[in-house]
Design a protein around this ligand. Structure first.
Ligand code: NOJ
Length: 714
């Protein structure tokens, strides 16, 4: 549709029809024949209003989308098609590893591919928009939603957030019907919930917001994300959903966002619970005035906005409606309201499943390996634990994915050339002493014991905050008891967050982090355990020694009393009395069956100015016969700064594949842009001065390789 036609359509709309466009409801409002039931009745909605709403979220099948759209188009006066949105977070039906696991690849191409493949499956089921990526900066593993994040590093998150948007949206949404519009969320600060408790208070400084929280949103918007979702939390004391300065000054003006702003689920009506609005009418007024275009799952707009609209804000209403019509138009819905829909064909998932397996192989992180992995052909192996046979490996956001279709670790290992015995338990916390005794009996006399332990999908994701992030007591007991009869233990950990492993790590010789690996998890893990695939994942979030270290990031600011080798055990320095300050496994860490080494580091120059760049060349060598991949990481430390800055921060990384005994020369390039930081006036710039550079295979291991000097001009 041409822009002029859209404006004509807008002119034809009544005020009720305009308000309707700003409303998003679930499909259960649409029962056969528009009969008033359930929440509709509770909200006192007339059925006429239902045929004016703009959007539906959370449909399950293409048939459902088809019948709702058909019914709606028949009964609504102007036949403006509904736009269907859903949480397609790491796959639709075929489930890929969780986003935190995908971040462990340090690989934009993989994330982009995952997003493209999920978009195809979702659009075939009639979805137009995904509520992904989640660009929230996180450093507190107690918060269950770290599962959906890119981890604790903002530069990595910028790159991956962009990759999600590119993968979902492709080049042109109007031409490619297998692409989804992307909604980046949650704007802003959601990951900083106090105490790691979901939906809790957030209070952040402007510098912190500008430095760490905004950039991934900026990256998504630059990549063309069509929607932004506001967060549940407060920012500067005001809930984001009612925060005018956040939406108008920062999102619209500073980030130049032109697309649709949608609230999170019921967040408009929740302004009442926040106690910033007295009733739904005030809630609607606050959210609308702040700039929320679409009210997700509340009747605040639908039932109250009409009373609020007057001559002063009429234009604002038109602008919001036009943004939504524009999005529908961009997706080609006026020409084809059934965009992308197909009838299911049996076995169409085959190729997707191959990709899901390949991707899952690249996400696992090998944390420990004392000459125990890979397994050797014909070894006697016992696979034991609550996750041994479990198909609860999809993760918290896999609501369309079918657990029964998932490949368990036991399914995967059954196909391998080993002598396998399996003892699986129910998922959850019911690992009884009797079962532990059984496990001990089985473990005796085996060459290797694989203990498959971890979290259930219920314990991770939204509304799954924890005060303890260790394994449950009975799982820890299982490990300790088994270790009394067999020392050759490999732990395979299924998790949506960093897990505290301090008390059990010493009882095992190998640890493989599987995360929630998705539909093909069991195949991928079996390939890794057998050495048919080589682990290459790197932690996108540090695994702390103790929950008390949280929130934690390797990129913490320099303090006035830093701990170092000399003052390590003294008092009155920034440290804990009962624990080390470093994590157990740091950001960027992950082992491989290959053995990589860096050699012959050369700087193109050590001083640079203006927009010059410097390059740092290094040879990466694989010292053994196993082909593998690794990530070489370049960190910097700005030596003297205007505001306190991180002790070190990731600037660049290069992922390379090397054959056995092979080597490659790689080159990092650094410019002034890479060294900028946010100053007290909230502008990003670099100061002239010196920078220490560190190179290595993780945030702790990276060794100083030299100091470079930058000058703004001659
Ligand atoms: C609430 C979650 O916070 C958000 O991430 C999600 O997209 C919406 N629900 C819709 O399901």
């Amino acid at each position: 549709m041409e822009q002029l036609e859209l404006l004509e359509l807008l002119n034809e709309m009544t005020i009720d029809e305009k308000i309707g466009q700003l409303v998003q409801l679930t499909p259960d409002f649409f029962s056969e024949g528009g009969e008033i039931t359930g929440p509709m009745q509770k909200w006192n909605l007339e059925s006429e209003k239902l045929y004016q709403i703009g959007s539906i979220l959370g449909t399950h099948t293409s048939e459902q989308v088809y019948s709702i759209q058909q019914d709606y188009l028949k009964k609504s006066r102007l036949s403006i098609p509904l736009i269907f949105m859903a949480d397609v977070i790491h796959g639709y039906e075929t489930i890929f590893p969780i986003p935190l696991a995908l971040a462990a690849t340090f690989d934009e191409a993989i994330v982009e591919k995952m997003a493209e493949l999920s978009a195809k499956e979702a659009t075939e089921a009639g979805i137009h928009v995904t509520f992904s990526p989640m660009a929230d900066y996180v450093k507190d593993a107690r918060w269950g939603r770290v599962l959906e994040s890119n981890g604790e590093d903002v530069t990595l998150s910028n790159a991956l957030t962009k990759a999600y948007v590119k993968g979902y949206q492709g080049e042109d949404l109007s031409k490619d019907k297998n692409r989804l519009a992307s909604c980046v969320k949650h704007f802003i600060g959601y990951g900083a919930a106090e105490g790691g408790r979901d939906y809790n208070t957030v209070d952040l400084s402007d510098i912190e917001i500008a430095q760490n929280y905004l950039p991934p949103f900026e990256a998504a918007i630059d990549a063309g994300a069509e929607l932004v979702m506001t967060s549940f939390n407060t920012v500067h004391g005001i809930p984001s959903t009612a925060n005018t300065s956040l939406i108008q000054k920062i999102l619209r003006k500073q980030l130049n966002f032109k697309g649709v702003v949608i609230s999170d689920w019921a967040a408009v009506v929740e302004l009442i619970a926040h106690r910033v609005a007295e009733d739904k009418k005030e809630a609607a007024l606050l959210a609308f005035s702040a700039g929320i275009d679409m009210d997700m799952m509340s009747d605040s707009y639908l039932s109250n906005l009409k009373e609020i609209i007057n001559n002063k804000n009429k234009e604002k209403l038109d602008e919001a409606v036009l943004r939504i019509l524009n999005l529908k138009n961009k997706l080609g819905l006026f020409e084809d309201p059934y965009r992308g829909l197909t009838k299911k064909e049996f076995d169409k998932n085959k190729n997707l499943r191959i990709s899901a397996c390949e991707i899952a192989e690249k996400c696992s992180v090998l944390l420990k390996n004392e000459n125990i992995l890979p397994l050797i052909k014909n070894q006697k192996v016992a696979l034991i634990g609550p996750k041994a046979k479990s198909r609860d490996i999809l993760g918290a956001w896999s609501w369309i994915g079918d657990k029964e279709e998932a490949v368990s670790l036991s399914d995967g290992l059954q196909k391998k050339d080993i002598e396998l015995s399996v003892l699986g338990f129910q998922d959850g916390r019911e690992l009884s002493d009797k079962n532990i005794k059984k496990a001990v009996r089985l473990a005796e006399g085996q060459d290797i014991v694989i203990l498959a332990v971890g979290e259930t999908s219920q314990e991770t994701g939204e509304a799954a905050s924890l005060t303890n992030i260790n394994l449950t007591r009975n799982q820890e007991k299982l490990i300790m008891e088994v270790s009394k009869v067999n020392k050759n233990i490999v732990l395979v950990l299924f998790n949506g967050r960093p897990v505290e492993l301090s008390s059990i790590e010493c009882f095992v010789k190998g640890i493989l982090v599987a995360w929630f690996p998705g539909t093909e998890g069991g195949h991928a893990l079996a390939n890794l355990l057998m050495g048919e695939a080589n682990p290459q994942g790197k932690l996108p979030m540090s695994f702390p020694r103790a929950v008390g270290q949280l929130p934690y990031t390797y990129a913490h600011l320099s303090t006035g009393r830093p701990q170092n080798e000399e003052n390590k055990n003294q008092k009155y320095i920034s440290r804990y009395m009962d624990e080390e300050t470093t994590p157990l496994y740091p950001f960027g860490f992950g082992l491989s069956y290959s053995d990589f080494e860096l050699q012959d580091i050369k700087f193109s120059k050590k001083k640079f100015k203006g927009n010059e760049s410097i390059s740092i060349d290094v040879t990466v060598k694989n010292k053994n016969m196993n082909s593998g991949s690794t990530v070489i990481q370049l960190y910097s430390q700005d030596i003297v700064t205007t505001v306190a800055r991180p002790v070190r921060e990731l600037k660049k990384w290069i992922k390379i594949d090397l054959l056995g005994h092979d080597e490659k020369r790689i080159s990092f390039s650094l410019t002034e842009r890479d060294l900028r930081y946010v100053h007290p006036n909230l502008k990003s710039k670099v100061d002239s001065g010196k920078f220490n550079l560190y190179l290595g295979f993780d945030s702790l291991d990276a060794k100083i390789i030299g100091t470079v000097e930058y000058h703004e001009s001659n």
